[in-house]
Design a protein. Structure first.
Length: 105
């Protein structure tokens, strides 16, 4: 059986796609999100974003993690861990989501 999601072009920026049991998809993409701070400057964080096209469930996985050291805490970028966690969430969600794609025409 061939479905529309198997032959459709992926949206720009999507790095991975999981097919749900309902026939829709969970898409992963890298993105930047701006977070305001109290000093008014704010900061932009890099993350892997997972979203279900069918039911609109979503999760964010930061590319940054705090490393505890003896004298200080340091933030390091860990793209691999973020992508791995996002893929695990997407797989688990796709295995149970029964949302169906909206019919075309």
């Amino acid at each position: 059986m061939t479905t529309q999601t198997e032959t459709a072009t992926w949206p720009e920026g999507v790095i991975a796609r999981y097919l749900t049991v309902g026939g829709d998809t969970v898409d992963l993409a890298h993105m930047d999100r701006y977070y305001p701070t109290e000093d008014g400057i704010g900061e932009t964080r890099n993350l892997t974003f997972a979203t279900c096209v069918g039911c609109h469930a979503a999760e964010e996985f930061s590319h940054w993690r705090v490393v505890k050291r003896m004298t200080f805490d340091d933030e390091v970028r860990d793209l691999g861990a973020a992508d791995t966690a996002a893929r695990a969430w997407a797989q688990a969600h796709a295995e149970k989501c029964r949302a169906m794609p909206k019919p075309t025409a």
